[in-house]
Every structure is written in structure tokens, then in C-alpha cells.
Design a protein around this ligand. Sequence first.
Ligand code: 13P
Length: 253
Amino acid sequence: MRKQIVAGNWKMNKTLDQGLQLVSEIVNMVQDEVHNGALVVLCPPFTHLQSVVHLTKGRTNVFVGAQNCSDKVSGAFTGEVSAEMLASLGVQYVILGHSERREYFAETNAQLAAKVDLALANGLKPIFCCGETLFQRQEQDYKALVCEQLTESLFHLSADQITGFVIAYEPIWAIGTGLTASKEQAQEMHLTIRDHFAAKYGAEVAASLSILYGGSAKPSNAPELFANPDVDGGLIGGASLLSRDFTDIVKAL
Ligand code: 13P
């Protein structure tokens, strides 16, 4: 059985105090109200990671993730944070390839392949993001473009490394816009992604992937998105900053 996951990507939001308050609320609500085996991954900014790891210690259904890591092992790369450093804090997940990193920081598929390798080498689980722009959806072969992101960053991995991998499909036109992919659009892309992995790694490996949906997911639309057979949870931005909304999304799994 593949894992069902709701991950919160806080992006560049919350001071340390505000973040720890949010984590305390989520941990309590998740503990009291969610007994469905879903995993929760909280991805605060780097500066909060150590404290959040501490606050969630011993919770079997709440894990901590970073929002990025360097594509270099170590050395003179001012301002960068390595996968090894994240692992040394007790962080378990790392979001890689988010469209905001691809767009604002010019991350390429090849660079992301290097980040994935370093994450795995240090025992971190990548949450690997892919997705198309509105222009690509309307004017181009958007399915092929998304598959290309996956091929170029992940297809050098072995079947063992891909087994249980976490992918996040995030249509860029739905991120922070209030526009959500319809449940049919989400299912179509999640199935396309699973089929793409099946063609390379076989059906069994493809069935083990957790494919999360991201893009204006909220309590009102999560139930129908999550009801799709190939949607295994969500990567939540704005709604992950509100404990009630985030917990309601976890409950929808
Ligand atoms: P929103 O949920 O705010 O649209 O953000 C989605 C996202 O980018 C999560 O990584």
C-alpha cells in the first residue's frame, strides 16, 4: 500500500514563534482528530527546522521536511544548505523542484537530479514537484513537458530508489491563484505520471508512488481531489498556514 500524505509547504512565511505556535496546534489537532493512517509532513523555512523537529519528536504520524537543499555536497557556496546538514537535524523529507525554485532561482532538471541524489544519499525523502504553466497547458503538449521533468531529474535512479517515491503534481496555474485543477484534471495528470513511471520501472513500482496534488487545495475541494484513485494526498501552500484548514485537509484523506 502506498503512503497517503498531506504535506504543508509554508514557503517564506511565519516567524519562529508563529511557526512553533502553528506546529503545536497542528500536532494537537492531528493527534486528537486524525486516526486514518495519513502521514503529515510539515515543511517550514530552514531557520525553524531544528525547533520543529524537536516539537514533533515521538509523533508517529508527523514528520518534518525542508523546502530545498543544495546541489553541492559542501564548501564555498554562501547561503546554501546541504542535504547532510538537514539530515543532521533529524529532518526526514525535502521538497525539490518546486515551480517557484524553478522560476525564481532558475533550477534546471539536471540540477534537480543532483539534489535528488544528495537527498537520497543522506537518507532524506524527496517530495519531487512537477507541473505545467497555463501557457503550456493551453498551447503545448503539457503531459509530455511534465513527463520530461520527471525523466530528466529522476529516471537515472534505480527501481529500488524509486519505490515509494513521493511526487507532487502542482499545475503552476493553480498555485496561489485560487484556481484548482478539477478532480478530472488532477486524476488525468496523476495517472499520466504513474503510467510514465510504469513504462520505465514496471507497474508494481509505479503503484508504490505517492503522487500528491498541489495548487489551491483547501478543505472545501480536498475531499473530491483525494477521492481520485491516483491522488494520494496533497502538497498544501496557503492553507497549511492555518491549523484548522490544514487539519481539515488531513482529515479529508
Ligand atoms: P497553494 O496551496 O497556496 O496554491 O500553494 C501550493 C504549493 O505551491 C505547495 O507547494
